[in-house]
Design a protein around this ligand. Structure first.
Ligand code: SAM
Length: 241
């Protein structure tokens, strides 16, 4: 297949991102693996090249709008509920100095990601299987990360309880949400506060050359999270703070 990056490159220029040839090849191979594995396991409903570029790759990279430092910091990043690798893998391709942990509760998705990491030759990527509620209590992972990212996993109150415990004091939890989530954010205010976070920035925008709207919430960790959180697996979803 011949891959056309013209539009992708144009869209990325809005984020001041320029791809090298080897990064383009990594995106091509990631797309091939995604569609190949998607034929026998449920990874994504989006499979056309142009749609994957926009709705998965470009969307994942939109983080630079609110976190410009990601371009030059060797951050420890965790992607909670990464699924088929979004937003973690596109961020790692474009910013190879990041040290990335991909966490998911479904082993099959991690098997796919293991293959992606191997075939793309990505370094400093760790795959972790389990529920965020359990892993955020492990001494190796709790308050260990400069940045936690998460897309399409839970409402913002629940997600804050899954994600903020992983972030070190001074670090950031970045949540990829839809425009409709502005009310969700209002409801999540007390949860964010209880977990030691503060909503620092909120950015609603349209992805370049598309009708897709995205809202990014930047939550800064200002205090250690109380040992009470996260509660037992399943509780943050059933009884959001
Ligand atoms: N982030 C990806 C994306 O945007 O395409 C995947 C989104 S998918 C809808 C949600 C993913 O979160 C699934 O792969 C699921 O297994 C994972 N997940 C849900 N709850 C989780 C939890 N408590 N701990 C770890 N992973 C979880």
């Amino acid at each position: 297949m011949i891959y056309d990056h013209t539009q992708f490159e144009k869209d990325l220029s809005f984020f001041n991102i320029e791809l090298k040839e080897d990064q383009k090849e990594q995106f091509n191979r990631f797309y091939e693996l995604l569609t190949e594995w998607n034929s026998f396991m449920n990874l994504t409903a989006i499979t056309e090249w142009d749609d994957v570029l926009k709705k998965h790759f470009l969307d994942s990279l939109s983080a630079v709008r609110v976190l410009d430092e990601i371009r030059f910091r060797k951050w420890n990043v965790i992607d909670v509920g990464t699924g088929a690798g979004f937003p973690g893998i596109p961020l790692k391709i474009v910013f190879p100095d990041l040290r990335l942990t991909l966490l998911d509760s479904l082993q099959k998705r991690l098997d796919f990601l293991d293959e992606v990491v191997r075939q793309l030759g990505l370094k400093d990527v760790e795959l972790v299987h389990g529920r965020a509620e359990d892993l955020a209590r492990s001494p190796q992972m709790r308050e260990h990360y400069d940045l936690c990212v998460s897309r399409a996993v839970a409402n913002l109150s629940t997600l804050s309880e899954l994600c903020i415990p992983f972030v070190k004091k001074g670090g950031v939890f970045l949540s990829y949400k839809s425009e409709k989530s502005v009310q969700e954010a209002e409801a999540a205010k007390s949860a964010v506060f209880l977990l030691g976070g503060r909503l620092e920035k909120q950015d609603t925008f349209q992805l370049p050359d598309s009708d897709m709207t995205r809202t990014l919430f930047v939550i800064r960790k200002v205090q250690e999270t109380s040992k009470k959180y996260p509660r037992k697996a399943g509780v943050p979803g059933k009884q959001p703070l």
